[in-house]
Unconditional design. Structure first.
Ligand SMILES: [Zn+2]
Length: 424
């Protein structure tokens, strides 16, 4: 339960991928990790604790092994920092029918109906012109600021039978206030400027996300559950981070890679289909040939949340591969390689669980239904590394408020820590 409580704190500190990376960096520095810049020349140092950030949304951290990567390989854990949400457009506000609205775009596969009638706050990055230089600032406005408002049922009598249908262009702009004369952006820019200590006319750009103002919490009978936004996939970022901090020093170099942009396909400069991890491993191995030899000795746990069985929809799962909450990590297998798991890598993960006394579960998507995917197959094909796709079970994936078990975070962390420490 201690790990689940710490996960709640981590999620509450991380309303956006940028804040997730900043919180991860803060925790790493408290444990003696130091930051290297991508512009630095750096290489392998035995037992050195380092981390590197790309684009404010992706982070790779490592602890050098006792032996060089070419001789001992890497132990890698991957996860993603981003979650589906609503984001402000470049022209972020407009007036309509006497209301002031934010104008929003949809990031990733948002479960849209869950964003209605929630108290929404705002966080992200603001770019500010300071004496001819562009500075990036994190910003977080915790006050309930905006609301995607439902119609009264009297005006939509069929909604309970037909479901809530929201057009992404027409129906999502949240109400922020009542419109006044002048530029509808003025109040927002004044607030952002105040938050980052500048003046509104110096703001040159922003990446701003709406988030649920209600904090994450443990809940349910006996606190069996975690109720939180962004469990997919901050729960696995938290497990990877905690595992790296507690793992014993091994011969292999332990690496965690937390990527942005998984929810939109990973094909970006800082996504899992970009060069970030390859670049870091090239530095650590000390050259392309050494890296490919190191990779041949390496393995990757790709960690992304998994679908627990839903009590009202058990038929959507394969009966023999039906994960439950608080029953341990889920190994995800798909013969069409939507997951990178194979018999060899799943055996490694099962062996790690058995060694640690941690229960594990199996997930296979019903072959007649479309299967999701994650960073596992992308990292596996970019690096050529043996990979297993795993995740903790959860419900309400991509809802504004998701639900997981409160005992699973510690179980996954234990297994990852054993792996990063070189077990097996
Ligand atoms: Zn995910």
């Amino acid at each position: 339960m201690k790990t689940a409580r710490d996960l709640v704190d981590f999620v509450n500190a991380s309303p956006t991928p940028y804040h997730c990376v900043a919180e991860a960096a803060r925790r790493l520095e408290a444990q003696g990790f130091t930051r290297v810049q991508e512009t630095d020349a750096y290489g392998f140092e035995a037992e050195a604790r380092r981390y590197c950030v790309r684009g404010d949304g992706s982070l790779i951290a490592w602890r050098g092994g006792r032996r060089a990567p070419v001789d001992a390989g890497f132990r890698l854990v991957g996860a993603h920092t981003d979650s589906p949400n609503l984001r402000l457009k470049p022209r972020p506000a407009k007036s309509k029918e006497g209301y002031l609205l934010y104008d929003v775009d949809v990031y990733g596969g948002v479960l849209l109906a869950t964003w209605t009638d929630r108290d929404l706050a705002l966080a992200g990055r603001v770019m500010v012109d300071v004496d001819g230089r562009l500075e990036r600032h994190l910003v977080r406005l915790d006050a309930p600021l905006a609301r995607v408002t439902n119609l009264a049922i009297h005006m939509d009598r069929e909604v309970n039978d037909k479901g809530l249908v929201l057009n992404k262009h027409q129906h999502l702009g949240p109400i922020v206030g009542l419109s006044a004369d002048g530029d509808p952006r003025a109040a927002l820019y004044a607030r952002l400027a105040e938050a980052v200590g500048t003046s509104p006319e110096r703001i040159r750009g922003h990446d701003l996300c709406l988030f649920d103002a209600q904090p994450a919490t443990l809940g349910g009978q006996d606190d069996a559950f975690v109720f939180a936004a962004r469990l997919d996939n901050q729960a696995m970022c938290h497990a990877a981070l905690t595992a790296l901090q507690v793992a014993q020093a091994g011969e292999q170099t332990a690496v965690i890679a937390l990527f942005d942009h998984e929810e939109v396909g990973s094909g970006t400069a800082r996504g899992a289909d970009g060069t970030f991890l390859e670049d870091v491993l090239l530095h650590l191995a000390g050259g392309a040939e050494a890296r490919s030899r190191a990779i041949a000795r390496s393995a990757l746990i790709s960690a992304d949340m998994a679908h627990a069985v839903h009590p009202h929809h058990p038929d959507l799962h394969d009966r023999e591969h039906m994960p439950r909450l608080n029953a341990g990590p889920v190994i995800k297998t798909n013969e069409n390689q939507r997951y990178a798991t194979d018999g060899e890598t799943s055996a490694l993960f099962r062996a790690l669980c058995l060694d640690a006394g941690v229960g594990f579960q199996e997930f296979v998507n019903r072959p007649d239904l479309a299967c999701g995917t994650t960073i596992g197959p992308i990292s596996a094909s970019r690096l050529g590394v043996r990979t297993v796709d795993v995740g903790n079970p959860m419900l309400s994936m991509h809802s504004i408020r998701e639900m997981g078990g409160s005992r699973d975070p510690a179980a996954m962390t234990t297994v990852m820590a054993a792996f990063l420490g070189g077990a097996r």
